[in-house]
Design a binder for this molecule. Structure first.
Ligand code: HEC
Length: 444
């Protein structure tokens, strides 16, 4: 009798121990893998339950050991970020151990994450907005650019701390740059067409005024819409998220205007229904996040706007002087397929270097809006430098041309061109901003 009793007790304690280990793993997998690998999520590969991991155990071990997954291209030694997806050495070790043990089950009582509507956040979106109609990308094997209006109304002005673009059809959505716009009371946001299509040649000539008139967004008194937020999405980029104290104002009546919605060339017709998840904040904020996009003035250092075939180290730079104190929130480097590396930093008037971001091995598929752990103050008079290197040799496995061809730099957006952009999301500086943490988990 005593013997049986002891056995039962030991079994129970063994089980409890097993669950505590796999429950710990579940917490890591939840934020580092399942956020993208859930049903309807970013990746078509569903990894939700221990059995899903067990089935692909060897392959998962490989992608973790080689740092292919989770995707994270920024050098964490140069600058660490609040939205870092990469695993810490400890997390990696624990997952590998769990795989080695054949992916033991976690406790059935652990909470089920809420990854709703393709979101990468474990929260239910408060407002889900979608394109009104499916857009059919024509089978013309050319880039297609549209400007799309999504109107919405709320009971009152509301604040959000996260906004997420959900690409409907990831095979063709190349990128999207969007604005949240407040309009006058008398504007009929539902009138007029949903979108217009433009081509590369007119891209730089499409003005704000043209777009606002086209969508009937100008008030009777002639007021233009007011931008309360400007965001972007690129392949691999996650949710734009902020602490409640910063917040994004979502005006009571407005539109999200996807100003530059780019679809990649496709030989067969593709349907897309993209949209947004918006997560409200419990605090008001009187600060408006600014958006600045920089491009190189003097590529190649010699005015040479051509990346010659077989040039494995074409260099381009951005140098910009700041004339006011800036509080940096977020940084996004951008290049296309020939990109090799990208580094950005600022030199203050005192000569100090502020490291911003370093991507030692550029990967077009994984582009991110890197959010700093704390706000970074860039003092007035500082110069922002960005150095990009491109590899147009046959040695670049992503080179779209075999053999390599001369490629135009900063001229058009197709496979025969390359580009360099550096986008910053920022606030005008206020005292003590540099003490504000941008790690949202703390106050969400
Ligand atoms: C930011 C979103 C994201 C995160 C986080 C992420 N993945 Fe992925 N993963 C993807 C996408 C998207 C693909 C598909 C890539 C493709 O098709 O080229 C993928 C592909 C994979 C594949 C290859 C599937 C196949 O059969 O080709 C495996 C295995 C994988 N991920 C495992 C993981 C594991 C394990 C983690 C966590 C340690 C993780 N991923 C984290 C987005 C993510």
């Amino acid at each position: 009798m005593l013997r049986i009793f002891i056995l039962i007790v030991c079994n129970a304690c063994l089980f409890a121990q097993d669950f505590s280990f796999s429950n710990k793993i579940k917490t890591i997998l939840n934020s580092k893998c399942i956020s993208c690998h859930h049903q309807g999520g970013y990746s078509p590969v569903v990894l939700e339950k221990p059995a899903d991991f067990k089935k692909r155990k060897e392959f998962i071990k490989h992608v973790i050991e080689t740092n292919i997954m989770p995707p994270w291209k920024a050098d964490s030694h140069y600058r660490d970020f609040a939205n870092k997806k990469a695993l810490s050495a400890e997390e990696k070790q624990s997952i590998l151990e769990w795989l080695k043990k054949d992916c033991p089950e976690w406790s059935p009582n652990t909470s089920i994450p809420h990854y709703v509507n393709g979101s990468q956040l474990n929260r239910k979106p408060d407002l889900v907005l979608k394109m009104k109609k499916t857009f059919h990308v024509p089978p013309i094997n050319q880039n297609v650019y549209i400007c799309y209006k999504i109107p919405y109304e709320l009971k009152q002005d509301t604040f959000a701390n996260a906004i997420e673009f959900i690409a409907g059809n990831k095979q063709v959505v190349h990128h999207a740059s969007y604005q949240v716009l407040e309009v006058d009371e008398d504007v009929d946001i539902y009138s007029g067409p949903e979108y217009f299509r433009f081509d590369e040649d007119t891209l730089n000539r499409v003005t704000d005024e043209h777009d606002y008139r086209f969508f009937n967004l100008i008030g009777k008194s002639g007021n233009f819409p007011r931008e309360t937020y400007h965001g972007g999405w690129l392949p691999g980029s996650g949710t734009q998220e902020y602490p409640n104290s910063i917040g994004i104002r979502i005006p009571k009546k407005g539109v999200i205007l996807i100003r530059n919605f780019h679809y990649s060339p496709t030989p067969i017709e593709q349907a897309d229904l993209s949209g947004f998840n918006i997560f409200f904040s419990n605090k008001k904020s009187n600060r408006t996040i600014g958006f600045a996009s920089f491009k190189p003035k003097n590529p190649g250092g010699s005015g040479d706007w051509l990346i010659k075939a077989n040039d494995s180290a074409y260099h381009a730079q951005i140098n910009v002087k700041f004339h006011q104190d800036i509080s940096l929130l977020n940084i996004n480097p951008h290049m296309h397929m020939l990109g090799k590396s990208f580094k950005a930093y600022a030199i203050t008037p005192k000569g100090d270097t502020i490291r911003l971001v370093n991507i030692p091995q550029w990967d077009f598929n994984w582009q991110e809006f890197y959010r700093f752990k704390k706000i970074i103050k860039i003092p007035s008079g500082s110069v922002l430098h960005a150095d990009a290197i491109y590899d147009n040799s046959a040695g670049n496995p992503n080179n779209p041309h075999h053999p390599p061809r001369d490629i135009k730099f900063e001229w058009g957006m197709n496979d025969d061109s390359e580009m360099m952009r550096l986008v910053l999301l920022y606030l005008p500086y206020q005292e003590k901003d540099e003490t504000i943490s941008l790690e949202t988990k703390k106050d969400n």
